[in-house]
Design a protein. Structure first.
Length: 162
C-alpha cells in the first residue's frame, strides 16, 4: 500500500457520490461517477469507476466501513474511492481511516493487489490497510486529516450518509 501525500482540525465529515465535475470542463464518463470526501476543512473530488460496482455498491461499502470504525475505541477502516474487478486489477484507491478514541485520522492511499498475501475481499477492505503511519519510508510526512468519531457517526446516521 502506498500512501499519498496537511493536517486539518475542523470536525466536519462526509463522503458522497455527487453529480458534478472534477474540474471545469471535465465531466465523468458514463462508466464513472464523481465522489467527494470532506474531512474538516479538506475537501476533494474523485472519480469512482463503475465497471465493477454501482454507486449504491460504493454507498453500502462506505456505510459498512463507517460502522466498522465504530466497533472499537482504536480501530482501522477503509473507504473505497475507486475499484475495478480485483481479479483483473493492479490496485484499489481508498481512504484509510484510523480511530484513536474520539479522533479519526483519514489518509489517501492505494492498495496494490499484487502485494497482498491473500485475495482482496471488497466487502472487508480494512483488512488490507497498513497500520497508521505519519511518515513514509523516505521520511516524508504523510498527508492526513482528522475529524471526530461523533462527526463520522452523525454523517452515517444522517440521510446523506445512508
Amino acid at each position: 500500500m502506498t500512501q499519498i501525500s496537511t493536517t486539518s482540525r475542523n470536525d466536519d465529515f462526509a463522503i458522497e457520490a455527487i453529480d458534478d465535475t472534477i474540474s471545469e470542463g471535465v465531466t465523468s464518463l458514463p462508466s464513472e461517477a464523481v465522489g467527494r470526501i470532506k474531512v474538516g476543512e479538506f475537501t476533494e473530488k474523485f472519480l469512482m469507476d463503475l465497471s465493477f460496482w454501482t454507486v449504491d455498491d460504493y454507498r453500502r461499502s462506505w456505510d459498512a466501513a463507517l460502522r466498522k470504525l465504530e466497533d472499537a475505541e482504536n480501530s482501522t477502516s477503509c473507504l473505497i474511492a475507486s475499484i475495478t474487478d480485483p481479479a483483473a486489477s493492479n490496485f484499489i484507491s481508498c481512504w484509510p481511516m484510523y480511530r484513536d478514541g474520539e479522533v479519526v485520522y483519514v489518509q489517501n492511499s492505494i492498495i496494490f493487489l499484487d502485494e497482498l498475501h491473500e485475495q482482496f475481499n471488497p466487502q472487508e477492505p480494512w483488512r488490507y490497510v497498513e497500520d497508521r503511519s505519519t511518515v513514509d519510508e523516505d521520511g516524508n510526512r504523510i498527508s492526513e486529516w482528522s475529524t471526530s468519531t461523533s462527526q463520522v457517526r452523525r454523517f452515517r446516521e444522517s440521510a446523506s450518509g445512508r
